[in-house]
Design a binder for this molecule. Structure first.
Ligand SMILES: [Zn+2]
Length: 495
């Protein structure tokens, strides 16, 4: 068995993955705050978690995968417990009255859009997408226990977690000396306003008389951090007949998020969970790097460079071309965004599919030589098991395709297996090319001439003529498809 090595942010090194329960993995991903469409930086993060799941499955693990949906309580400045709730901002932006019902409507709208986006980039759906607003009673019971234990206290504006009540706060680190300096400046005003005791204490509950939920300790909203502890522990923590028995929680396997979650959100999730159960929240913490825009900043929903899958498609970059681009870098490497890079990735993706289509079309010998397959797949597994090394694994796939000593049938089998991890639809897409290549042979001279005329029209950007020729070809029973360096036909469906 080839071990899986994963970079654990807790130990800051690669560790051999050993699940709590043999043959099974439990993992939790901090999901989107559904107050707007997902940008491609968000999708990059979830492609990474999708690859993680696929690698586990490739290694014959069954996987329980939970991704929460934040539809309440996520403040603009989650590091200082300050600013407006992001859902409230969305209601204002869309001119909707500020009610809890409308918050849910907004959440469902953007959740649906999110599900459609992840489907288009071949991210497999999680087992469950729990919504934060459906877990308020759980949040309240959790906070009440923390209050009873003396790990939390009330101020004029909310309930705060007392970070000095834990022997070790900030297990994941990421709290640098520089931050301490900045925080001490923000801190004084912040402490004065919230009346919290220590700079690193954070809100579990923020009071809100108008829209808030009823709780014995005061009407309000849960904080973003408590929501994640509650949902991950409830669904993955072995609390079978859950009766608010947080103390019986058992550590689960993997927790993921963006690197920006390390210093505040994840340190706080860990603190809450350890305070209530005395156990670590998760055994392995994985963090993906960001998608970087011009000026070195990360892409953000509130920023100017807000690029969605639709933006890419409008420029001729397909969702799977985008996925191919993402896989070209390791998940812990920041990805520098540019349209040029994505256009180039789209061309490479189409070329890859086209080459596989040619391999399919040229197969003569149906016999497989299992030996070369087994060796190749073992090599592929060792690459992808090395902390999800997708760039190396992709390079290996090209080596296989380029190797004249490997038979076409063997190549196809290796590609099919590898694509269980890549999720690039290589087999289905290349089948289309193969079909087109086979049909191409029987296209009449008349159609070939029309196609060449269409190429000339496109070269001088005479789109009207190009479209008219496409219709003429269609009338003759064929559809013409453009690829990187040419075109191919498929038979038009007559019914
Ligand atoms: Zn979270």
């Amino acid at each position: 068995m080839t071990p899986i090595h994963l970079f654990n942010s807790l130990s800051k090194q690669k560790e051999i993955f050993v699940p709590k329960n043999e043959g099974h993995v439990s993992m939790y991903h901090c999901g989107p705050t559904v107050y707007n469409y997902a940008h491609i930086g968000n999708l990059r993060a979830y492609i990474a978690t999708d690859i993680l799941r696929r690698v586990f499955e490739f290694n014959d693990y069954s996987v329980s995968q939970i991704m929460n949906i934040t539809d309440i309580g996520h403040l603009q400045h989650d590091d200082t417990d300050d600013g407006d709730d992001k859902m409230t901002l969305a209601l204002r932006r869309e001119n909707m009255e500020l009610t809890r019902e409308n918050m849910k409507l907004i959440a469902l709208k953007y959740f649906d859009a999110f599900r459609a986006d992840i489907e288009r980039v071949n991210i497999q759906p999680a087992n469950l997408y729990p919504f934060a607003s459906d877990h308020i009673e759980d949040d309240i019971s959790f906070i009440q226990i923390l209050l009873d234990k003396g790990s939390a206290y009330a101020t004029g504006d909310g309930i705060y977690f007392d970070t000095t009540s834990l022997a070790e706060y900030g297990r994941l680190g990421g709290i640098s000396v520089d931050d301490a300096h900045t925080e001490s400046r923000i801190g004084e005003a912040e402490i004065a306003k919230s009346k919290k005791k220590n700079i690193r204490d954070f809100a579990l509950w923020k009071f809100n008389d108008t829209l808030g939920y009823d709780a014995s300790f005061g009407k309000g909203f849960p904080g973003w951090h408590i929501e994640c502890s509650v949902m991950s522990m409830k669904y993955l923590g072995g609390l079978k007949e859950f009766m608010g028995d947080w103390q019986n929680f058992e550590t689960f396997d993997v927790h993921t998020g963006g690197v920006d979650h390390i210093p505040v959100h994840h340190n706080n999730e860990i603190a809450q969970t350890e305070a209530i159960s005395g156990k670590p929240l998760a055994k392995y913490w994985l963090h993906n790097a960001h998608l970087i825009i011009e000026g070195g900043k990360k892409m953000a929903k509130s920023g100017e460079a807000f690029i969605t899958l639709q933006t890419l498609e409008d420029k001729g970059i397909s969702p799977l071309g985008f996925r191919y681009w993402v896989l070209g870098a390791g998940y812990r490497t920041p990805l520098q965004f540019s349209f040029e890079a994505l256009e180039s990735a789209e061309r490479s993706y189409v070329n890859l599919v086209t080459r596989i289509g040619h391999i399919r079309n040229n197969i003569k010998n149906e016999n497989m030589t299992m030996l070369s397959q087994n060796e190749s797949l073992a090599r592929f597994k060792s690459l992808i098991n090395d902390d999800l090394n997708t760039p190396q694994a992709l390079a290996f796939l090209y080596d296989i395709i380029n190797n004249p000593a490997i038979d076409g049938v063997d190549k196809l089998h290796i590609i099919e297996e590898a694509d269980k991890v890549f999720g690039l639809d290589l087999m289905d897409k290349s089948k289309e090319i193969e079909n087109a290549l086979k049909e191409n042979l029987v296209v009449s001279d008349e159609i070939s001439e029309l196609a060449e005329k269409r190429v000339e029209a496109k070269e001088i950007k005479d789109w009207d003529t190009a479209d008219k020729i496409r219709e003429q070809i269609a009338a003759l029973g064929y559809e013409i498809h453009d690829v990187n360096d040419g075109y191919y036909f498929t038979k038009k469906k007559l019914i």
